[in-house]
Design a binder for this molecule. Structure first.
Ligand SMILES: Nc1ncnc2c1ncn2[C@@H]1O[C@H](COP(=O)(O)OP(=O)(O)OP(=O)(O)O)[C@@H](O)[C@H]1O
Length: 324
């Protein structure tokens, strides 16, 4: 694909993705390979979850996408333009919330936004107040606009950071761990807001180390582990590609576990009145029949729908660190 002739972002929203990286790699000076040959494609209009345990390379990738650091090798395109080269023409179309907003605690939320807006050379000062009012309204902070931000909760600060990212119309929002450190209520508020933002067509790229968050909010996801991309695609497809767990409910859990093992079931976990495991690669009707003919009283026999967590474990062979 040739370079577009103008410095304007591709108006079609980048045919090959709002974000597209090819073999993107970052090796830090100390030798740490933080991102290793990443091929990422973020479809226009998606809510794209960038998922991985702490230290898997998410923040480093985001910093390369935003032109904050240079890749060691490979390419990154955002809105169809190469980064970091086209940062000046691309970044005005991108709202970013990376590592929490920088706020003046002694200023009100509204005044902090006025400062953000004033720092944008393309923002017309005559319409500043209207933009700030609209952004506060968008994130539900109108009532708290006059309060000093040092009195804000963490969730309110994150919402104010989002408001800052929304002062201008954006085609892409990049949010690095937007719910990190928030209580459940704060998390819900941010997730609701992300869904609302996406519903008007803005592409949202958000990183998270929380699997359930990605399942609740995102249409698409990429899974990172140790700097490498494990998989990417529609969230529904990612989980569907993995078989769920076989769950047998029975008062004879010990016997059931033995028979299930003979039948090739993997990773068996025995509970009080249930046994779960990875379904064997054979007709499950035969497995059920084997249980019954061994005298196991089977009260329930199902395969639970795979979650993204099951997919992650199946793909990496590792558990998912859900700390934090
Ligand atoms: N400036 C740096 N110099 C050297 N190593 C770094 C630097 N920044 C990050 N790393 C290392 O690169 C790896 C990936 O870090 P990164 O912050 O991108 O991961 P992450 O997935 O965003 O994790 P977290 O959620 O903890 O921020 C880690 O091993 C980290 O220690």
């Amino acid at each position: 694909m040739g370079e577009p002739a103008t410095a304007e972002p591709d108006p079609a929203g980048a045919g090959d993705g709002v974000i597209a990286t090819r073999a993107l790699t970052k090796r830090f000076r100390g030798g740490q390979l933080a991102v290793d040959g990443l091929d990422l494609t973020v479809p226009a209009g998606s809510v794209f979850g960038f998922l991985g345990p702490n230290g898997s390379g998410k923040t480093t990738t985001i910093r390369m996408l935003m032109g904050l650091i240079e890749p060691t090798s490979g390419t990154a395109r955002v809105l169809g333009q190469p980064m970091p080269r086209a940062a000046r023409s691309v970044l005005p179309h991108v709202g970013a919330l990376i590592e929490g907003p920088a706020l003046y605690g002694f200023l009100s939320g509204g005044d902090n936004l006025m400062r953000y807006d004033a720092a944008d050379p393309t923002a017309d000062p005559r319409t500043r107040r209207a933009r700030v009012t609209a952004a506060l309204d968008r994130v539900g902070l109108t009532a708290a606009a006059g309060k000093k931000t040092k009195a804000y909760s963490l969730g309110m600060k994150q919402r104010l950071g989002l408001a800052a990212a929304l002062l201008q119309p954006r085609r892409l929002l990049v949010l690095d761990e937007p719910t990190n450190g928030l209580d459940p209520q704060g998390m819900r508020e941010i997730r609701t807001l992300v869904r609302e933002l996406a519903s008007d067509g803005t592409t949202v790229f958000l990183s998270s180390h929380l699997l359930d968050e990605i399942e609740q909010v995102c249409t698409h996801a990429a899974v990172m582990a140790r700097g490498r991309l494990i998989t990417q695609g529609a969230v529904a497809d990612l989980a569907a590609g993995t078989r769920g767990r076989l769950v047998v409910t029975t008062p004879d859990a010990g016997d059931a576990a033995r028979v299930l093992k003979e039948q090739g079931t993997g990773d068996i976990v025995v509970g009080d009145d249930r046994v779960t495991g990875e379904p064997p690669d054979r007709d499950l009707a035969e497995v059920n029949a084997a249980l019954v003919s061994a005298g196991v009283r089977v009260r329930g026999f199902t395969v639970e729908r795979a979650s993204l967590e099951d997919a992650f474990v199946a793909l990496t062979g590792e558990g998912f660190d859900v700390a934090g």
